[in-house]
Structure formats: C-alpha cells, structure tokens
Design a protein around this ligand. Structure first.
Ligand SMILES: [Zn+2]
Length: 380
C-alpha cells in the first residue's frame, strides 16, 4: 500500500468508528496498536473513569535520537460532536463528505490520521528524530475534559501542536480568548396570573429586561458575548418565580472580558432589583487565553515546517477555545494548526484528500524542523 492509500484508509477507518464525546473506546483501541507499531511507549490514563467515559487519554512517547532537537507533542481529540449514528463517509472527486444525515468527524479525525501518517512517513525516511509525544485525548467537544483531566506532568515535550482547526492547512492559531461562563438564577415570587397577578414578581420579566439592555454578539474585534439558554416558569397561569439564564463572554483581552462580565452581571442584578426580584450570578472560568507572536519559538517552528512543504502560513487569531488553552495555562507553549477541513460541526463538513495529505506532510515537516533546531542552536 503506498502512503496515500494508507492515509486514506486510516482516515476512513477512523470516520467509521462512532465516537461521540465519552464514547471514544473504538478510536483509542484503533490508535494504540498503530502507535506501538511505530515504536512508541503507549499508555491510557484514567480520565475515562473520572468523567464517566469509555476511554481515557492516549499518551504516547518515543525517545529521540537527535541531540539538541526540540521535543514536541502533537495533540488531537478522539471524540466528535453528534449526530454520528449511521455515519458513512462518501468519497467523490477527491472530497470526503458524510451522506448529509450526520457530521463527518474530520474534526478531529483528519488530525489523528495526519499525525499517524506524518509520523510514520517521517520515521521511514529519516534516521534521526526528536522526542515525539502524541496525545489523543477525550471529550474535547464537551468542555476540553480530556486535556483538563490530563496529569500535565505526563507531558514530556517542550512545545505543543494541537492539530484541531479547519482550512487552510498549516494555518497557525497564535492566540485564543479567555472564556467565562455565566449562570444566573433569578428569584421572583409566584402568584395566580389571573386572580392576583399584583402579588407576583416575574423572574422571566426581570431576565428579559436585563437581556434587552445587554450588549451581546460581537462586542469588538476580540470580545464576544452570548445568552444561550433561558429556562423558567411552570405553567401559563402562574407568575414565574424562577428563571435560569446561561450565557458566556470571551475576549483575547482580560480587561475587556472582565468589563463585559461586569456589564452582564450588573444588568441582571439591577433589573431584578427594580421589580423586586433577586439575581444570583455565578461566573466560571472555562479556560484562559493565550497570545504568541511570530518570534516565539512555538510559532517559528510551525512557520518553518509550513514553508518546508511550500506553504506560507497564515497566523490567525482564534475565537474559540481548544486543548491548546489548557496546555498553555499549564505552562507548555502550544498553538493550534489547521488540518484543512471545512464546515465542522455540520452535515456539510468535508475535507479534500489533497489537503489531508498536506496535513500529514506538515506533521512530518514539523518533526524535521524540530530536529534541525539542534544545529541552529550551535550557531547562536
Ligand atoms: Zn475539534
């Protein structure tokens, strides 16, 4: 089987393994023997037990033989969003799609296939290699649970690459926002809506008044906010005494994030108080942001790797969170790399086999660049 056939087969095999969050067992069982065959020490941690999932994070390490090379880790998540049941990939004109009734799951199985193939290709044609660590983690899509539960002392590499964003291939996400989630519980007073509505205090009205005055959506180029869920009330004829609102705010600027969260929190408190209700607001940090420049080593290595396969990479500001947020918070410089898929999390998700091949080449090129660091260092 030539490399291209092997890559396509790996990718299609992975797509056919149903693996929504907390059900990654099939993918873990598929990748572990592949990593062992490539000479990696492979372990699976006990995250599955902690989060009620069927598999833990797969952590693989291969000791390098190139003195002075940068040790790097490559990370992809094994879970996908849903719907996935009956997922059957369709390949036509070099494009892989679902049949339209499910997502495809190229997010993030294109990443896993590219890592397995890129590492195999590199090891087959290079006599020296850096320390390579591979993390295939679980339940990324439901709050980065795999990365958050990973014992960070198990990360033995100095620089991290999370292959978990779409087109273009080799795009480098150099920044990401911090993210706060907001849960508001508004307490009013129940009353019969027809007989004595004057005695009631509507928690829904308090929530509505606050939300109507709230700045939401794209606040500025680095800040966003949303109210995503609102629940409340028991019956049409009862003034609702309780309303729960869930929202979020994100920003790549911590001051702006704090200001936006304060704006939202204050409005809920003020509008509730105006009509005699009370709002209890709980703010939870989901993850913290990061920002690198083109001069940071983790970015320089990615740029050199992309150029090594003839791509001048785009340096992008990210709007979402990823496992890279968690690793950066733990002090391990990490960026996100583009794998080339389009329309993730939708039935229109697709990827071209040509882009998938480039993503695998990027992985090989990254290992090559990590090796070359050794000789650079001798000159500086
Ligand atoms: Zn993803």
């Amino acid at each position: 089987m030539d490399d291209q056939d092997r890559l396509t087969k790996t990718f299609l095999d992975l797509l056919r393994i149903n693996s929504p969050s907390k059900n990654e067992r099939g993918v873990a069982d598929y990748v572990k023997p592949r990593l062992v065959a490539l000479g990696f020490e492979v372990e699976e941690d006990d995250t599955g037990k902690h989060i009620g999932g069927s598999a833990g994070n797969v952590i693989a390490f291969k000791r390098g033989n190139a003195p002075g090379a940068r040790s790097i880790f490559l990370c992809c998540h094994m879970d996908t969003v849903e719907p996935t049941s009956d997922l059957e990939p369709v390949v036509s004109d070099g494009i892989v799609r679902s049949r339209g009734n499910t997502i495809l799951g190229a997010d993030n199985k294109a990443g896993i296939a590219a890592v397995l193939e890129g590492v195999e290709q590199f090891l087959a044609c290079s006599s020296s290699h850096p320390d390579i660590q591979i993390l295939f983690d679980v339940s990324e899509e439901i709050g980065l649970l795999g990365a958050k539960n990973l014992d960070k002392s198990k990360i033995r590499a100095r620089l991290g690459y999370v292959l978990d964003t779409g087109a273009p291939v080799a795009g480098v996400v150099v920044s990401a926002p911090s993210h706060e989630s907001i849960k508001v519980e508004i307490q009013g007073r129940a009353a019969h809506a027809g007989v004595e509505p004057e005695k009631g205090v509507s928690a829904i009205v308090a929530a509505a008044n606050a939300i109507a005055k709230m700045k939401l959506g794209r606040i500025d180029f680095e800040t966003t906010a949303n109210i995503g869920v609102i629940e409340g009330g028991k019956a049409r004829n009862i003034v609702p005494d309780k309303c729960i609102v869930r929202g979020e705010a994100r920003s790549r600027n911590e001051d702006k994030l704090a200001e936006q969260v304060r704006h939202m929190t204050d409005l809920f408190a003020a509008e509730a108080a105006k009509i005699g209700a009370a709002a209890q607001v709980q703010v939870t940090r989901e993850y913290s942001g990061f920002r690198f420049t083109k001069d940071d080593e983790v970015v320089r290595l990615a740029v050199e790797a992309a150029r090594g396969i003839g791509i001048e990479p785009e340096l992008q500001d990210g709007g979402g969170g990823s496992d890279a947020n968690v690793f950066n918070e733990a002090g391990i410089p990490s960026v996100v790399l583009g794998v080339g898929y389009h329309n993730p999390h939708t039935p229109d998700e697709y990827i071209s086999l040509q882009d998938l091949r480039k993503a695998a080449q990027l992985v090989a090129s990254l290992l090559n660049s990590a090796c070359k660091c050794a000789s650079h260092d001798q000159h500086v």
